[in-house]
Design a protein around this ligand. Structure first.
Ligand code: TEU
Ligand code: CA
Length: 558
């Protein structure tokens, strides 16, 4: 068994609720996914990461789990899940599951026990505190807006919830909690899965004392990162979990780790000391916002993108491994965010695809990214479903923001941008369902859909396929070292990959203008051949400039 298969792999993320509905109830499901496995195999992916499919009251679409060992009724049965796993394996696809262990649902039996009385044996499974002067125990803000505490009538105390009020945080200081969680992890490994994406794992350690955080602006609640994000002591928990369940070469693990820097990432992903095979870093996802909040919009700059990604590429070189992504179920669509979802839709989506997939690391494709699905702009809040968006809408108004301002933020950064139903064809609801979809779709499905792009050899979809093939053909793309070129260029992101005698040069124009560049730095690639491009006319390196959103990939063997 190739112990580092995950380095060579391409991962495809499925958000089951929005992928494919097999029975017309408007909700994507496991049989729907099974019906698309041939499509995925054809696309050239190796691993499927399934967002949560466990039993859940769906306050946060499955990220609030009420039974870790049952399948959500909306999605099917355990037999359906077992069929999915075996159908994946039959096709040589691997399946990794989402592991949500910072919190459970408030409908999980542990929490039902815990809230029932102060001396219940499960009381200490969660984080309970008395109120302070008739208010919450501290001034922490929830990541989903509003207070991070909720008052609970039966015992007259508050419980901590970093996410929604229906996602109470587990108390990781309690050994019994940790043991229970490891037992669940092992149970899924024993069912034959190929690994885990580990949700919100940097939040499990809370600062002792749970004290108020500084509040110079006298806000109602303050962002609480300093109380729980990647706090000292977290590695002890992670080490214990690794030894208990993750020291297993056959599975891959990727931690979701906001708040971790490339220097700090060593502890997480170092080949020896690391606790995971990879982490999802967040720095490039924060470039279009202020320090204050993700809803506080700011224009992103190419120079910053270069700085952040280069820091991660160089920072993990030879010691850890990057996960490469521009999208997931929590982020806006990349073509709307970093490209152009109008005139240059196809061209910029292809540029972005080559841009991120050809760096060093394991590429992740989020459902719909392979056809360039775009953001949505619903005018009514009633069309949104995400608990984070709905909380923001309520709380931001309490803070005096105008509806117009709030909607502008939601259109740019809201998570529902990524959660509209998958666009399969040009039939009603994009072929996602024969019923009424659980959330409104993007109106552009007649133009942007899988069926149309399968027909068109020049489509975004075919470009992704080609990229995936290239990865299989060139070890250079997997293993080559990364170096930034044209560092001071404000329009072009250029980098090289080097592996033994081979070199790759990737040139990306991030603007809608034609731009020329300084050839001096690229002299050594003069003789290289064009491997991939998104513009018809094949060009030698001398034939500058780059057209709007053009990408060119050159290859050379000494
Ligand atoms: O997200 C965790 C997370 O830490 C947040 O940083 C994320 O940025 C959030 O979506 C803010 O907009 C994970 C899941 O990916 C997310 O879907 C869940 O809602 C969350 O955990 C709670 O389980
Ligand atoms: Ca269904």
């Amino acid at each position: 068994m190739n112990q580092q298969w995950w380095k060579e792999s391409i991962v495809y993320q499925i958000y089951p609720r929005s992928y494919m509905d097999s029975n017309g109830d408007g909700i994507g499901d496991l049989q729907g996914i099974i019906s698309k496995l041939d499509y995925l195999k054809e696309l050239g992916i190796d691993v499927i990461w399934l967002s949560p499919v466990y039993q859940s009251p769906n306050d946060d679409n499955g990220y609030d789990i009420s039974d870790y060992k049952k399948i959500m009724d909306d999605f099917g049965t355990m037999a359906d899940w077992e069929a999915l796993l075996s159908e994946c394996h039959k096709r040589g696809l691997k399946l990794i599951m989402d592991l949500v262990i910072n919190h459970t649902s408030d409908e999980h039996p542990w929490f039902i026990e815990s809230r029932s009385s102060k001396d219940n044996p499960y009381r200490d499974y969660y984080i309970w505190r008395e109120g302070k002067d008739g208010k919450e125990p501290n001034n922490w803000e929830s990541i989903f807006n509003g207070s991070a505490w909720k008052y609970d009538e039966p015992t007259g105390e508050y419980y901590l919830h970093l996410f929604s009020a229906k996602q109470p945080d587990l108390n990781w200081e309690n050994e019994a909690v940790r043991k229970q969680l490891y037992e669940i992890v092992q149970w899924w490994i024993d069912k034959g899965i190929d690994g885990f994406r580990v949700d919100a794992i940097t939040h499990i350690k809370k600062e002792k004392g749970l004290k108020d955080l500084p509040n110079p602006q006298q806000k109602r609640y303050v962002p609480s990162w300093d109380g729980h994000l990647n706090r000292p002591g977290i590695q002890t928990f992670l080490q214990e979990m690794k030894e208990a369940v993750f020291l297993n070469d056959a599975i891959m693990t990727v931690g979701e780790t906001p708040g971790v820097s490339p220097e700090g990432a060593r502890e997480y992903v170092d080949a020896v000391e690391g606790k995971f095979n990879m982490v999802f870093q967040f720095e490039h996802m924060g470039l279009d916002q202020t320090e204050e909040s993700k809803w506080d919009l700011a224009p992103w700059k190419l120079r910053d993108l270069k700085e952040v990604l280069t820091k991660w590429q160089k920072g993990l070189e030879g010691s850890g491994w990057n996960s490469l992504y521009l999208e997931n179920h929590d982020q806006p669509r990349s073509v709307s965010r970093f490209g152009d979802d109008g005139v240059y839709h196809v061209k910029s989506a292809k540029m972005l695809a080559a841009f991120y997939q050809l760096m060093q690391g394991t590429p992740y494709v989020y459902q719909g990214q392979e056809i360039g699905m775009t953001n949505v702009q619903f005018t009514s809040i009633d069309d949104y479903r995400d608990v984070e968006i709905l909380n923001l809408y309520r709380e931001a108004q309490l803070d005096g923001k105008s509806v117009e301002e709030i909607m502008t933020s939601i259109h740019a950064k809201g998570r529902d941008n990524a959660r509209t139903p998958m666009q399969w064809d040009d039939s009603a609801h994009g072929g996602f369902t024969t019923g009424t979809p659980w959330m409104k779709g993007n109106a552009n499905y007649p133009e942007i859909n899988v069926a149309a792009q399968l027909q068109d050899p020049e489509s975004i979809l075919h470009f992704y396929k080609k990229l995936h093939q290239l990865r299989k053909e060139h070890a250079l793309i997997v293993h080559g070292t990364y170096d930034l070129l044209l560092e001071n260029d404000d329009h072009i992101y250029a980098y090289s990959r080097t592996w033994n005698e081979e070199q790759l040069l990737v040139l990306c124009n991030f603007t809608d203008q034609e731009v020329s560049f300084d050839l001096e730095e690229l002299q050594h690639m003069r003789e290289a051949t064009l491997l991939l491009a998104n513009d018809d006319a094949p060009k030698t390196l001398d034939q500058t400039p780059l057209s709007a959103y053009e990408v060119r990939v050159y290859y050379k063997k000494k």
